[in-house]
Write a protein that binds this ligand. Structure first.
Ligand SMILES: C[S@@+](CC[C@H](N)C(=O)[O-])C[C@H]1O[C@@H](n2cnc3c(N)ncnc32)[C@H](O)[C@@H]1O
Ligand SMILES: [Zn+2]
Length: 368
């Protein structure tokens, strides 16, 4: 079947359900992810003059073809011969130059350098992370679709893949993102590469992040300094963070004295986006994108989202305190009026972020 995204049309196999079956993979549900990538690449090239883009696990090549259509010197790599053939055909049918490579992505990245490397594999990207940080000069784009291991719902798998302890908390999207960022920062640091996340977004199905690279040992040290732990009480929902690689877990919750307090980490505790970059990406979302409205809404929320490494859900807290939920604008106003930072979180609905702790949120928002 033909699929049009942005200004290109590619041929992908007919699939009974997105991503199911053993033909060359295509998932229509990732269109928002791909549209945002197209906007990111435009901004990145404007800022740095970057030219070369590797779609390391390309399948139909739709990402590489879209990059080529906007002027990148694009390469699509896949270890499946049928996928590589699709990539070749898809470059040709759009009358675009572009290289299709039949190789194992790790082998290829170990011997080739690109300004931007994009990892969009099945499940965890970690098997490709070492070679991506060796190959990329400026930017690494990463999708992880193994959200259950990342957020601690599949605990052992998360520990194995990410060399971190995830916990299945109320803030599971944020947990997943920060487990992934931690593992990527530690991997990059092995090659004296420091990472700075310039944009990250999370849905139920995937985590997507864009990491700017700096190639000095001191940059790698700075990234490692962003790692630490989150302690979380399962009873009162209190949580707190501690910086560093040595965990110092609580025996009991400092807020309610419960012993049901768990420690997750090492997690990335630093910013997961750069607001100026996100705003610039939002400006490059065009009407040619089918997801333009959603993409702009998402990027607007991320641009204003504060940097705390966990988020809350007003409905969950209201239930906890046996009070009625109120409108989100009013709720956030009350927090700000009490002197705290507060913003919506891009996880939607009643999710929000604040630098207030759970007791402070209750005092600031619950009127008695
Ligand atoms: C999730 S699909 C890529 C989807 C595509 N980026 C898109 O947006 O539609 C993952 C692809 O990675 C390829 N792949 C898996 N392991 C690989 C490896 N070691 N080297 C190269 N390609 C690999 C698979 O053949 C598959 O085509
Ligand atoms: Zn507690």
């Amino acid at each position: 079947m033909e699929v049009t995204e942005g200004t290109i049309t590619v041929e992908v196999p007919e699939q009974p359900e997105s991503g199911v079956g053993d033909d060359v993979f295509f998932n229509p549900r990732q269109e928002l992810n791909r549209d945002i990538t197209a906007a990111v690449l435009d901004v990145w090239r404007d800022r740095t003059g970057a030219q070369t883009y590797l779609d390391a696990t390309a399948a139909s090549g739709i990402r590489g073809v879209r990059a080529a259509a906007s002027g990148w010197d694009a390469t699509c790599c896949d270890h499946d011969e049928r996928a590589v053939e699709r990539c070749r055909e898809n470059f040709a049918r759009n009358e675009l130059g572009g290289t299709a490579v039949h190789r194992d992505a790790n082998a290829y990245m170990h011997e080739s350098r690109f300004d931007v490397v994009d990892l969009d594999p099945f499940g965890t990207p970690i098997p490709f992370a070492d070679s991506a940080f060796r190959s990329a000069r400026e930017l690494v784009c990463v999708t992880a679709t193994d959200t259950a291991p990342l957020c601690g719902a599949h605990f052992e798998s998360g520990v194995r893949s990410y060399s971190a302890v995830p916990h299945n908390t109320d803030f599971h999207p944020e947990m997943g993102l920060r487990v992934l960022l931690s593992a990527l920062a530690r991997t990059a640091a092995r090659y004296d590469v420091g990472v700075t996340p310039v944009l990250s977004h999370v849905t139920r199905h995937y985590v997507r992040t864009y990491l700017e690279l700096d190639h000095r040992a001191t940059d790698a040290n700075a990234a490692i300094d962003e790692l630490g732990y989150v302690d979380h009480c399962e009873d009162c929902l209190y949580r707190t963070t501690s910086q560093g690689l040595i965990a110092d877990p609580f025996d009991a919750c400092p807020n309610c004295a419960s012993a049901r307090i768990s420690t997750a980490g090492p997690l990335w505790l630093g910013p997961a986006h750069d607001a100026d970059f996100v705003t610039a990406v939002r400006e490059r979302v065009t009407e040619a994108f089918d997801t333009a409205t959603r993409a702009r809404r998402l990027l607007d929320t991320i641009a204003t989202e504060i940097d705390t490494p966990t988020h809350y859900d007003q409905h969950r807290l209201s239930k906890q305190w046996s009070v009625s939920a109120i409108g989100m604008d009013e709720f956030l106003d009350r927090l700000e009026h009490a002197g705290f930072d507060a913003s919506r979180a891009h996880y939607g609905g009643t999710t929000f972020k604040t630098d207030a702790n759970v007791a402070q949120i209750e005092r600031a928002t619950v009127r008695t």
